[in-house]
Write a protein that binds this ligand. Structure first.
Ligand code: FA5
Length: 354
């Protein structure tokens, strides 16, 4: 009987090795180990064996059954593993991206050159104790003109072609609205909400109904600056102008200060920068004159202080209105202001900083 059991196991072992599916393995298991299986069949004749023979056959039969069970478990787990590996090989998803793929298919973002320069200027002024203010794009006549010493019939209104929200000749409207033509509107708001001494800058977008060219846009950016206190002089103004230019250009740039007329300052100046696009040889940016108007400024007119609720007998101050886009053009050698708002990635990505 022991020989029969050995033969049965050898036969079982040969068969199980050839099987390749789990149901076949389970069928083989019940064929050999089931209640009416082949092993039980052999053991039926145990009743005819002697006590001595039974002592030998019993453990042998149990050992063979255990071994067969182990073989079944191991075969089933081998088949399961093979099935998983096959699925992995056939349904492969690569969840990793190599650096090569990243560099060719994706773009990292970056700041617009105007944002870079604006942030640099903000940092410079913050370090000198200035506040940074903001104001609305849609303004009323009071903040854009009247409070800045430009009454309704003043010819200076023609200096800034205005986008009105309705017919400006319609007298019935008490407050006419417009798109602000300059950031000087924030001077008025700044004065109204502060008590001297104070100093602030105010960067922002402004709008003018103008024909565009290499140095003129209809939507462009200025950066206003204002300092009010006792005994503020032109030398304070010149110091801050020089500081901006030195910090931004990190080199000596040639500038000239000439008298300039703005109803909200007295005296008023125009600060021009020597054109860095053509090195003053003459180009479309500087209109062939070699100089670019960049930074008008002056001492705040007493009427403007009054309109802002400040006593002009006690306080005075300076103000400036930097042409931010033109500064960016000079800094980076951009030969047409229209590139700045073109949204052309070939232009923008040249300034990517990370
Ligand atoms: C003004 O707007 C005054 N509010 C500036 C000022 C503030 C003077 C405080 C005195 C005291 P102006 O119109 O010149 O001034 O514009 C200021 C600057 O904005 C110009 O020097 C120029 O650099 C820029 N600028 C003017 N018009 C345009 C335009 N169409 N496109 C691009 N930049 C312009």
């Amino acid at each position: 009987m022991i020989n029969k059991l050995d033969a049965l196991y050898t036969e079982f072992k040969t068969k199980i090795e050839t099987l390749s599916t789990q149901p076949d393995v389970l069928n083989l298991k019940s064929e050999y180990l089931g209640k009416k299986g082949l092993v039980s069949d052999v053991l039926k004749s145990l009743k005819d064996a002697t006590v001595e023979q039974r002592k030998e056959i019993g453990p042998k039969a149990n050992a063979i059954k255990d071994q067969m069970t182990k073989d079944v478990v191991s075969k089933l787990s081998d088949l399961e593993l093979a099935e998983i590996n096959e699925k992995l090989a056939n349904n492969r998803i690569d969840i990793t991206l190599t650096d090569d793929v990243k560099n060719t298919n994706t773009h990292s973002g970056g700041f617009h050159p105007r944002t870079l320069i604006q942030r640099e200027i903000e940092d410079i002024f913050l370090s000198m104790g200035f506040d940074i203010l903001d104001g609305p794009h849609i303004e009323d006549e009071f903040h854009n003109f009247e409070a800045l010493n430009i009454p309704g019939d003043h010819p200076a209104r023609d200096m800034q072609d205005t986008f009105w929200f309705h017919n400006p000749h319609e007298e019935s409207e008490q407050k006419k609205h417009l798109l602000r033509t300059h950031t000087s509107t924030i001077q008025v708001r700044g004065m109204q909400s502060r008590k001297p001494p104070f100093k602030f800058i105010a960067p922002g977008t402004v709008f003018r109904c103008e024909r565009t060219d290499a140095s003129h846009e209809m939507v462009f950016n200025q950066l206003e600056g204002m300092m009010v206190g006792e005994d503020i002089s032109v030398s304070h103004l010149i110091y801050f102008m020089k500081t901006i230019l030195k910090e931004i250009f990190k080199k000596e740039v040639e500038v000239r200060l000439r008298p300039g007329f703005f109803p909200f300052v007295e005296p008023g100046f125009e600060l021009d920068i020597k054109c860095l696009i053509c090195n003053a040889k003459g180009c479309s940016v500087c209109k062939q004159v070699g100089w670019v108007e960049l930074l008008p400024c002056g001492m705040v007119h007493p009427n403007v202080l009054k309109a802002g609720g400040i006593d002009p007998e006690k306080y005075n101050g300076f103000a400036f209105g930097l042409g931010l886009d033109r500064l960016v053009m000079m800094k980076y050698g951009i030969d047409d202001i229209r590139h700045l708002q073109s949204g052309d990635l070939r232009f923008n990505t040249q300034f990517r900083t990370f």
